[in-house]
Design a protein around this ligand. Structure first.
Ligand code: NI
Length: 170
């Protein structure tokens, strides 16, 4: 099932999400629906709060190839940020309107730990694009959007564009 995606400036996107305690049938269904929603968008990642579920779960596919899908479900992801600060070019988000994109500072490497749907431990080192994707998605679980990581000037410009855009939607 394709789920509705919560869009900025909805305050629910600022929620601090709760850890998942165990995998239930409902959680499996949610993960499956989130993957379908992500692929339909299309996107490379989607976090539970973006579909109005305030739990620490994200889905990602950083293969970015339509013919070779590599869906992953990350439960309670924890990142250790490593390496150097790099520029994530033209980052976007399914919850940020107008298809707005911006360069965002990110770390080049992360050490990721998480659980999968079988509650198996995921423990890996990621770099470059996969590292950026998990940083973006894990941020959502703490109520942070990529537009919270851009310069004050760009953010002010973006917010005024969104305001005008929202007025036109009514
Ligand atoms: Ni996002």
């Amino acid at each position: 099932m394709i789920l509705d995606i919560v869009s900025y400036p909805d305050p629910r996107l600022k929620s601090i999400c709760k850890p998942v305690e165990k995998v239930t049938q409902d959680l499996r269904i949610l993960a499956d629906n989130m993957l379908q929603t992500m692929y339909a968008a299309p996107g490379v990642g989607l976090a539970a709060p973006q579909v109005g579920q305030f739990i620490r779960m994200v889905v990602v596919d950083y293969s970015a190839k339509e013919d070779l899908r590599m869906p992953r479900v990350l439960i309670n992801p924890v990142l250790e940020l490593k390496g150097e600060v790099i520029v994530s070019e033209r980052e976007g988000c399914l919850s940020v309107p107008m298809g707005y994109r911006s360069n965002v500072p990110r770390y080049s490497h992360v050490h990721l730990t998480a659980r999968d749907l079988d509650w198996k431990l995921i423990d890996e080192e990621l770099e470059d694009f996969p590292a950026i994707v998990v940083q973006h998605e894990t941020d959502h679980l703490d109520g942070i959007l990529f537009i919270d990581r851009i310069s004050r000037l760009k953010r002010t410009f973006f917010d005024s564009k969104v305001k005008k855009w929202l007025r036109r939607q009514k």
